[in-house]
Design a protein around this ligand. Sequence first.
Ligand SMILES: [Zn+2]
Length: 619
Amino acid sequence: MHATRLGVAAIAAAAFSLLGTAHARAAEPIALAIDASQAATQNVLFAHETMPVKPGALTLYYPKWIPGEHMPVGPIQNLSGIVITGNGAVIPWRRDPRNMYAFELTVPHGVSSLDIAMTYLGATFGSYSSNRLASANMGTIIWDQTLLYPSTGTIQDTVFKPTLTLPGDDWKFATALTGAKRTGNTVTWDAVTLEHLIDSPLDMGVNYRRWDIWHDGDAHAYLNVFGDTPNDIDVSDKVVAHYGKLVREMIAMYGARHWRNYNFLLTVSDVIPGEGIEHHESSDDGGPADYLTNPKVLDRGADLLSHEFNHSWDGKYRMPVGLYQPNLQMPYDDSLLWVYEGMTQYYGNVMSWRDGLRKPAEYPDHIAAVYAYYDNEPGRKWRPLLDTAVSGPFLYNAPRQYVAERRSVDFYSEGELMWLKVDSIIREKTNNRESLDTFAREFFGGKTTGPIVKTYDRADVIAGLQKVLPYDWAGFFKKWVDEIAIHPPNGFTADGWKLVYTDKPSHWVPKSNVWYSLGINAFHGQVVDVRQGSPAWKAGLGVNTTIVAVDGRKFSDDLLYDAIENAKSSHQPIALLVAHTDAYRTISIDYDGGNRYPHLVRIPGTPDRLMDVIKPYTK
Ligand SMILES: [Zn+2]
């Protein structure tokens, strides 16, 4: 939480240990056994818990607010087959009508342990990690999807002892959990707190490769890749080397780490959807089947692993106090996601250049593309950046239609622009002696520790920046976060660059993009957004519309590009035949401004500090 919104005094950052509590408490752990033997063939998991209890009233919770997803999206609709027994007799339960994630029951006298059976139904829809379970050759185990825990404890002091039965003898696995012992297809791990368990997902599969990409003494970082085919995981040494460099670059910038070993858990598949969810000592990452083998695909998504890895420092070790709760039922205060996600968006991209996956020449136009999008977003006239963070729980899954008027989770990429501006102010005023990296090192680095949580609030961020550069940071965030800002932050100007629009598409903005000319966002002619106030908007175009023809000829992206180009000299309106639901009509767009694509160009005679941002620390 932060002081301005809730009117409370700044709360001192408190440190909590993730790992110490398992040993400190003598409490018997809850045994959680997940049977994934039918996951690859029938997309179900069978879970069994043995839970020590005392007689009397008891409430069991199913995890609702999921760390890293920032939303109340525990996939309760997939939880089925709940049968609770004590001493062999069935114990009835009742769902709390005001909290569908809570199950109430009475433990009879003489019962000291519950047996809880559950079935998790895999689905290919839903939100992030709940839309993926398994393909025929690989799967992910997200522990919070298949467990109940007693309301009497906290996630920090409730201890679980996990066991997993894999689908087959030829299946391998990777996870940050420790102490693995495999007997046949069944694996057990050391007992851990609930907080640590749900922070340690597992990937499993037949086609698996693991690379030891970094080590320092006993500490290692591993790249674990699971594919649907052996070809998909046939990754070149060159690509793997970039990920080794990613780890070195992160350690070089932060000066410390908050993990013992780190495991990138990457699935490459066209069958199960991709995602990226951060954890202290691992990340649950997913890309398309050719993510690591097709250079173009890797270039587009090159910030996936760097983004999630950055969260081990920014998000997991240092966590906004409003996101650190004693259980998974209490709502999050997402209002500092412009730090958690915004600064991670910034460094996730910066690191994808510092680690060499992307070419330096493409960085300025990346910033141009991000800036231009937000500078042409009508929703910024009514919704400040802060409100996109607070509204995160419903904006993540909001419809794509009219996204520019609604705004989306803009705290990511507009956050990236804002942190670029913080960086440029620090670089300018210290003559490039310091940068945002100095703040990152002091705020998120510190001393190397295990996976602990140290919370912070907005005042801590401002104080941390003050130490790097005395400046009105409170006023800065008021302007860019709290208030309506008609234009997004333009840190690149002080860094020696300016935004221009030309008729040349860029590496990041393809020829088919007519957002900056006509004001249409369409995919193969399917209109998903029309910018309010744009030429297309004035001509009456809306969403749920298909562009059928351009000036009397069958629609194609090239044809539309040419029509915009021709209108520059003919000054004639562009005629589009469109189908809106089942009705056809012709609209006439009055526009002769030509094709427009955003680029950054150098301001002559100024120092270039933008390219300094992506300079690597290591060889
Ligand atoms: Zn993130």
